[in-house]
Write a protein that binds this ligand. Structure first.
Ligand code: SF4
Length: 356
């Protein structure tokens, strides 16, 4: 039997035993607890994780050779005994980042629009897979912008999930939702957590016997990071939004970034893993590294001039272990451009003036 809701969703009414819910699972403690609370209430939960591609977890898995390891969300789902659904959404997500209707947080983080976007993706999945509502691990007042009471309401409305978005950890402080009103979940067995303290969540984790969970910053969103946001603004100013591919967005979180006086971008690896990643980007410009001494791998983006190559080689020399010498030999690594240049490492003050 179906029944229309005020928000336009066609609700499939089932017996209490077969209620199915989508849980947004980031793999952090709050989303793990919210899922566990729903499982305790007999709800059949499908954990959904939406990959925006803009997280330090993605970078770390790539540059720290953790690719074979589970993601935080996968680990959490396994711990909860559930099969994770991962949805990739970079291309659709970027317009949200570039033009957020509700503005940015302290950096380039469009948190309210981001939550709306993630929930719309989850809603689509819910409708296609015969689930009845969505829940998240959001806690009232935990974050300055996106988790204040009015922001939670804006997110609920904006995602088209009015009445069908349950926040089990703060539900007792919020208006009852359809799952509570219909008795699918017991409101009395939900929680009234609020604020930034993690104490109540840790106590609940202990009660559930959950001992393995990541620290809050573990999944880290690029967009709340000051340096990343500065680089992203610079990228958009110089290279334009159309150039912002998933790979470019990731590269902005890797290495040191410099802008030459000619406006060409140079990326210098900081350690072995970053150098290895940069070395894989041959198709994006000219690569170089020092040959007599250990040094970074550098990418000079696009099709640089001789002058730009020389300046980038001087930067590469400075970041090598021979940075204090008068001259350093730098090898260009591209297939169609094989050359060795001898340059004087650039002075640290000059390098600082070029940093993005
Ligand atoms: S911190 Fe990043 S991932 Fe989290 S809501 Fe804000 S923009 Fe989205």
């Amino acid at each position: 039997m179906t029944q229309p809701l005020p928000c336009g969703i066609l609700l499939i009414v089932k017996s209490e035993k077969s209620i199915r819910a989508v849980g947004l699972l980031s793999g952090g403690l709050d989303s793990i607890l919210a899922t566990r609370v729903m499982l305790e209430q007999g709800i059949a939960v499908t954990p959904v994780h939406i990959e925006t591609g803009l997280t330090y977890e993605r970078r770390n898995r790539l540059t720290r050779r953790q690719a074979s390891q589970e993601s935080r969300a996968e680990r959490a789902a396994r711990m909860l005994g559930l099969d994770l659904v991962s949805l990739r959404a970079f291309e659709d997500y970027i317009p949200v980042v570039l033009n957020p209707k509700h503005g940015y947080g302290s950096q380039m983080n469009p948190c309210v629009d981001c939550r709306i976007f993630l929930l719309r993706q989850a809603k689509r999945w819910m409708e296609e897979h015969d689930h009845q509502f969505i829940f998240t691990g959001e806690v009232l007042g935990q974050r300055p912008n996106s988790q204040l009471r009015h922001a939670l309401r804006t997110v609920e409305r904006g995602s088209g999930l009015e009445g069908l978005l349950l926040r089990p950890l703060s539900a007792k402080l919020l208006e009852p939702t359809i799952p509570e009103e219909r008795g699918w979940v017991e409101r009395d067995n939900l929680y009234a957590f609020q604020g930034r303290s993690r104490g109540p969540q840790m106590a609940l984790a202990q009660e559930f016997g959950i001992t393995e969970y990541p620290q809050p910053a573990g999944g880290g969103c690029f967009l709340v990071d000051k340096t990343y946001s500065r680089r992203l603004r610079d990228f958009l100013d110089h290279e334009g939004p159309d150039a912002l591919t998933s790979e470019q967005a990731l590269l902005l979180a890797i290495g040191r970034h410099l802008r030459l006086p000619s406006q060409r971008r140079v990326v210098v690896g900081r350690h072995h893993e970053e150098n290895a990643h940069i070395a894989s980007l041959q198709d994006q410009g000219v690569l170089m590294t020092t040959i007599d001494d250990p040094g970074p791998t550098t990418l000079v983006s696009g099709d640089p001039t001789e002058g730009e190559i020389e300046l980038a080689a001087r930067i590469t020399g400075r970041y090598s272990s021979a940075g204090d010498r008068e001259a350093v030999r730098v090898k260009l690594l591209n297939d169609n451009l094989s050359a060795i240049v001898t340059v004087a490492p650039l002075a640290p003050a000059e390098i600082r003036s070029l940093m993005i």
